[in-house]
Design a protein around this ligand. Structure first.
Ligand SMILES: [Cu+2]
Length: 721
């Protein structure tokens, strides 16, 4: 017993001599809401003391799913693999606007035909300087940005009503109030991976960059049924075939990728210009007047000392923390997976899993690759889950250990894009086309469901692969905003199981074939070969009526104006008025730098992507069979086209619009009338004005679009722009 203090001292001395290496962090599924629970009182929702206690509840009564979702300032910790981070155990204390005080929003799961009732409780403080008539100058708020404590809720990708208390993002849920959302998920809604996030114009980017997002899964159990003359395309869910020969469902993992842009401030509320003006970086304090040296330095959270205040990690300064095309690339923060940075996941060899990827970040591309690791030198950093340093510092070790080559790249078999089951499995691999090492290119808002299988024991990296220079946004030619350095998203340790020696695509096909003997022979054989049409909710949209004018959305930054078709967002203007149950073709373009088109309520079909050839002509990047043209994808200048390979006639709700490309999509305003929005899903652009209102009316050929009665003046859509 007497020796104990000396051991403690010895350990403490080691701790001083060598910076502590953060312990590996286990992969965590997203939090879930407690199954039962009373209504939570507003006054009970003070900042959470630490850790994740998903305040709120969820319960089911027949088809009614009732959830209480609390929007609170949560205090918790984000692990930081950088050993120069002086915080205890490498855990940065943060205080962020969050759902339930958790690092990522609770996962919510519903079935087609359910009514999802969400009691959204905004428990943030009424005192909100960003919402005052004269916000503090130091916050650097562009016109229209602010009210960071006002919120609402968007169910991204769901085909539900945008009106009333449905998926209505034109609502203001102010602090210290609650609102009853009622999301009626139609009985014929496709099963898939969707998500929810805050969407109040002006505070969307700050809130989503704080982690105010969660996965929203629609689970389906509709088995394959043969088409009949009365029902030529019966609804069936891919979920019903994703099981093993014993009927046990394939293991699923949710990867909610968040890019939480927290910074620690030398915050002195009384300073001129207002609070939240000085961010700690490795090179000193970063503020609105800093030169590029400090503005591009990684952010740190030092320990406070007398005379040196250090805030918890927060997202409060729009100008410093969000409003830059390169800030996420330089700030040193890590993309987290369900709230954990670089978690470790263990999988058995030969086990097919379904991974649901959700890009819940606000403006940076994630180029997902799965790469087999090779030991480098004496220490196997990947096997030990022991990469350390900030992102830039990890780069060397990561490139050596997880070098992507045709031999190390593990294919991803994509079964659904943006939640919607594809008509054919899309393999992301070392492409036959131009020899490109493909990535699963995820832009903010995208979802991708993949099947993945690891061939043998060993260690693997889930990478956010670096973008080549031609895809960088900063090279003057626009680009995809992929990271300049490869980054590790997660460690995957493959242990046990059965090694797979043959072709992985054949292995997955055979496993699906063997497990689904209930299917008619041609359907079963089709499934083996990647044909998913029986489970795809959409195949083709019939063309619009000939007199329907092509709709356009052209994204341009005319600094400081962020515009669509030359106009910044004006809540008072309906920019597009269209008729329910009709179809339109749309042309999407960007100038200067890429933007990300997202429209609510209805998905769209990607009809074509064209770019300018050497003669100045617009040419399709696709061959007639929908594969990418090798001469276009392999040319140095056109690698951006890779982003669109695999999208031909695919249904999505979000798509990157590269400058120098023309994107043609087709959409049907199915079933729902009401006002909703289309916008850039680079959410700081959206807040700054890159959004437009669209009204879907019953009938374009009658007064008022068929809304309201003659003489009524309060529901008449504005004239077309
Ligand atoms: Cu944009």
């Amino acid at each position: 017993m007497k020796t104990l203090p000396r051991i403690v001292l010895f350990v403490a001395a080691i701790g001083l001599a060598f910076p502590a290496v953060a312990a590996p962090r286990a992969f965590e599924a997203p939090p879930t809401l407690p199954g039962q629970g009373g209504v939570v009182q507003l006054e009970a929702l003070a900042p959470t003391p630490g850790g994740c206690e998903p305040q709120g509840s969820i319960s089911r009564n027949g088809p009614i799913v009732s959830a209480v979702l609390n929007f609170v300032r949560g205090r918790f910790f984000i692990n930081n693999p950088d050993p120069t981070d002086p915080q205890k155990d490498g855990l940065d204390p943060v205080e962020l606007r969050s759902y339930g005080g958790c690092k990522s929003g609770p996962a919510i799961s519903v079935k087609p035909g359910d009514t999802l009732r969400v009691e959204l409780i905004n428990a943030l403080e009424k005192d909100d300087p960003s919402c005052s008539a004269n916000p503090p100058s130091g916050l650097g708020l562009p016109a229209g940005v602010g009210c960071f404590n006002t919120t609402n809720l968007h169910t991204h990708g769901l085909h539900v009503s945008p009106a009333g208390n449905g998926d209505n993002v034109l609502l203001n849920i102010v602090p210290q109030t609650r609102f009853p959302y009622e999301i009626n998920v139609p009985a014929d809604h496709p099963a898939g991976t969707f998500w929810y996030h805050a969407h109040r114009h002006g505070s969307t980017a700050v809130q989503v960059a704080s982690g105010a997002s969660g996965v929203l899964i629609v689970k389906g159990d509709r088995a394959y049924a043969p088409p009949t003359p009365q029902n030529p395309h019966p609804v069936a869910d891919i979920d019903t075939v994703l099981h093993d020969v014993n009927g046990v469902a394939l293991k699923e993992q949710v990867f909610l990728f968040q890019q939480i842009a927290y910074a620690c401030f030398a915050n002195q509320p009384a300073q001129p210009g207002g609070p939240w003006q000085q961010i700690y970086t490795t090179k000193g304090l970063y503020n609105a007047n800093s030169g590029p040296d400090i503005a591009n330095a990684p952010w740190i959270c030092p320990l406070p000392s007398p005379g040196k205040p250090v805030s918890r990690g927060v997202v409060e300064n729009f100008g410093l923390q969000l409003d830059s095309a390169t800030i996420w690339d330089t700030n040193g923060r890590f993309t987290s997976v369900n709230g954990v940075v670089q978690p470790s996941l263990t999988v058995a060899a030969g086990e097919i899993q379904r991974w649901r990827f959700v890009h819940a970040g606000i403006h940076d591309t994630i180029n997902v690759q799965v790469v087999r690791a090779t030991p480098v030198g004496a220490r196997n950093l990947i096997a030990d889950s022991a990469l350390s340093g900030n992102r830039q510092q990890q780069q060397g070790d990561l490139l050596a250990a997880c070098n992507a080559t045709p031999a190390t790249l593990v294919p991803q078999f994509e079964i659904a894009s943006d939640g919607l089951t594809r008509t054919k499995i899309h393999t992301i691999h070392a492409s036959q086309v131009g020899g490109v090492l493909e990535s699963n290119y995820l832009q903010p808002g995208y979802r991708s469901d993949i099947l993945v299988v690891f061939p043998s024991d060993g260690d693997y990296c889930l990478l956010n692969q670096a973008a080549p220079p031609s895809e960088r946004v900063s090279n003057g030619n626009g680009g995809g905003q992929g990271p300049s350095n490869a980054q590790l998203l997660a460690y995957v340790h493959v242990r046990g199981g059965q090694a797979v020696t043959g072709d992985l695509q054949e292995y997955v096909g055979k496993a699906l074939y063997d497990a689904n003997s209930q299917l008619p022979a041609p359907v079963r054989t089709g499934l083996r070969d990647g044909d998913l049409r029986p489970w795809a909710p959409f195949e083709m949209l019939p063309p619009p009526k000939v007199d329907n004018q092509e709709q356009q959305a052209n994204f341009v930054i005319n600094f400081p104006a962020f515009t669509i078709n030359g106009k910044s967002y004006d809540p008072d203007i309906v920019n597009y008025t269209r008729e329910v149950n009709t179809t339109d073709d749309w042309l999407l373009t960007s100038q200067g730098e890429p933007h990300i088109f997202h429209i609510h309520v209805n998905p769209f079909e990607v009809m074509d992507v064209t770019t300018t050839d050497a003669n100045g002509q617009q040419v399709s990047i696709y061959n007639p069979d929908g594969t990418c043209r090798p001469d276009i994808v392999s040319s140095d200048k056109q690698q951006l086209a890779n982003q669109y390979c695999g999208m031909w006639h695919v249904f999505r709700d979000t798509i990157i619009v590269e400058n120098n490309y023309q994107i043609r999509v087709r959409t049907r305003y199915d079933r729902y009338i009401g006002e909703y929005v289309l916008h850039c899903h680079i959410l700081d652009h959206e807040d700054a004005g890159m959004m437009a209102n669209i009204a879907i009316v019953p009938d374009l050929n009658v007064p008022g679009g068929g809304l309201g009665m003659p003489g009524m003046h309060h529901a008449v859509p504005a004239a077309k722009p």
